[in-house]
Design a protein around this ligand. Structure first.
Ligand code: ADP
Length: 542
């Protein structure tokens, strides 16, 4: 056979080479712990990543080894994003909000050799020390170069290490099918499971992020990933930005609404991404003090259902269109998304908001189907709800270190654990997580749908619905809300009456199952923690 195209491997070093050569001057801005902004460029990030490769090699890191990070979003973390995979090793991003037991568990499970850790997060590692391998090496990211003084055995200061390290004379030849990254699911519904991203999947996902009907980031963009680099590669944005040449703004540990709003304004951010709770915080900040967000052309909201009330408020009050995206750790994560105006409607047209209640069509490159309990595919009629299954080049085919898992039982497809419908236009609507659905007398109630409606009720800031066991109905919905104004909370009867306008009676919570609370617990990545809410209910202390 001849006359075919070149077979250039899809490896992360190709993104690094591009960033270093054609986008060398493009800015990378990070917020330091003291709140100051650190300014650097892709050229400098690439040069330091090359020295980091030398340093890691000198520490004994070899192809296939795992190198962990325990860090916020910063330029140093970005350097590790490139250095570790380009050395042939695997970047294991550890969730900084894990408990000390969980940190020790994932580090051991992954078999990490080195941990690169932010100075502010050293105490979390110290607490886990008794359960960490004794030969683990520690390198501390510190703005002021005091890292070596960190109370971790043999800790090295990152800046001092880079200052003396030399790039390797030759970089390893990478295999596109080798692992580049490792991320554990945040365990919202069970034990964390490791997902290994390959070089190939990482590069293809980055290409995908640049497509107009996927995330659609471009060279002209200034991108703020609020979504953490310790979870699902910050939705792949660091790699995608370096590939397309977007300016990157990294918020460090400053994730409050005011700090983010200030950063959006100051850096003239055009594209930002995060979970709904973050965009709720930033909206509240805007309501207190208006910042100039006129540069912001798109917010991508994903990781949890997009509340229509929030999407409408961002459009009406700030003029910022919200994209609704769906994805998971296992899908790298971008799986489906719908932008404002994607069918030619105005972004403030009610019909466009209705479209964006669904994450919508799978992004180019992915395929989707829904299956019933018997595993048979259900029709695309927008009504038949089944488990969502996806396949594509950035979808996991197994969990790290788990020989067989039911999620991969349907050959070539990944069973997501999400319940969904697909309509005749191929648009996916997430009904609920399978484990969050409420079963009432044999019929299903969607917690998402109730939450979405509650959020549209006057005076409601946050809402969460979980099931409680019920002698008559099997399960009954329980609604938790946080009031917008704690001094004037909505009454339980008013809330039930509001929901009664959109739902049949059997789907409604009883007034005594409505709890106005000060705060709704969140998971390590800012999603509503339903596991904890259910536990509190069992222990009778909502
Ligand atoms: P975890 O399962 O631990 O939260 P992930 O970050 O991988 O970890 O979360 C993926 C899950 O988040 C999906 O399976 C789905 O239940 C939920 N999710 C993500 N995006 C959306 C969305 N747009 N609408 C509804 N649920 C979503």
């Amino acid at each position: 056979m001849y006359g075919l195209m070149q077979e250039v491997p899809l490896t992360v070093d190709s993104i690094l080479r591009r960033a270093r050569s054609v986008f060398a001057a493009r800015e990378v801005v990070s917020r330091r712990d003291d709140g100051q902004l650190h300014r650097t460029s892709y050229g400098e990030v690439a040069a330091r990543a090359e020295r980091l490769m030398g340093a890691l090699h000198a520490l004994g890191v070899r192809p296939g080894d795992r190198v962990a990070t325990l860090a916020w979003n910063s330029h140093r973390h970005l350097e590790a994003y490139f250095a570790v995979p380009c050395l042939g090793a695997v970047l294991h991003t550890v969730n900084v909000r894990l408990t000390r037991e969980q940190i020790a568990w994932v580090v051991r499970h992954a078999g990490d050799r080195v941990v690169l850790v932010d100075r502010s997060l050293v105490p979390a590692l110290q607490a886990a020390l008794p359960d960490l391998p004794s030969d683990l090496r520690y390198v501390v990211f510190d703005d002021d170069g005091r890292g070596a003084a960190a109370a971790l055995p043999g800790a090295l200061d990152y800046e001092a290490l880079l200052a003396t390290a030399a790039p390797l004379p030759a970089l390893p030849v990478l295999d596109e099918r080798a692992a580049a990254g490792l991320c554990y699911t945040s365990g919202t519904t069970g034990e964390p499971k490791g997902v290994l991203y390959s070089h190939r999947s990482t590069v293809l996902h980055a290409f995908g992020c640049g497509m107009a009907d996927s995330l659609g980031i471009a060279q002209r963009d200034c991108v703020l990933p609020v979504v953490p680099m310790f979870h699902v590669n910050a939705w792949g944005l660091p790699y995608a930005c370096a590939l397309v040449g977007s300016k990157l703004v990294l918020p460090g540990s400053h994730l409050g609404g005011d700090a983010l709003a200030a950063l959006l304004e100051q850096e003239r951010v055009t594209f930002a991404a995060g979970v709904p709770t973050i965009w709720n915080l930033v909206l509240q900040s805007q309501r207190r003090r208006r910042r100039d967000l006129s540069a912001l052309r798109r917010i991508v909201l994903g990781g949890a259902p997009a509340p229509r009330a929030l999407v409408e408020a961002w459009q009406a009050e700030c003029g910022v269109p919200i994209t609704h995206a769906w994805g998971m750790t296992e899908t790298s994560p971008v799986g489906a998304c719908t932008h404002a105006g994607s069918t030619g409607l105005a972004p403030d047209d009610p019909a466009d908001f209705t479209l964006r209640e669904k994450p919508g069509r799978p992004v180019p490159g992915l395929e989707a189907k829904v299956v019933g309990d018997d595993g048979r595919e259900l029709p695309w009629d927008g009504a038949s709800s089944g488990e969502l299954c996806v396949r594509g080049p950035w979808v996991a085919s197994a969990y790290f270190g788990i020989a067989a898992h039911e999620a991969f039982a349907d050959a070539g497809w990944f069973r997501t654990g999400d319940m969904a419908t697909i309509d005749a236009d191929g648009r996916i609507a997430i009904t609920d997580r399978k484990k969050d659905l409420i079963k009432s007398r044999g019929e299903w109630i969607s917690s998402n749908a109730l939450e979405n409606a509650a959020l549209r009720c006057d005076g409601v800031l946050e809402a969460a619905v979980v099931a409680r066991p019920d002698a008559l109905r099997d399960e009954a919905p329980v609604l938790f809300v946080v009031a917008r104004d704690a001094a004037a909370p909505p009454s339980a009867h008013a809330l039930v009456a509001w929901l009664g306008a959109s739902f049949p009676r059997w789907q409604l919570p009883r007034p005594e199952d409505v709890h106005v609370v000060d705060a709704i617990p969140k998971t390590s990545v800012g999603k509503i923690d339903k596991k904890l809410l259910r536990r509190r209910l069992r222990e009778q202390q909502p």
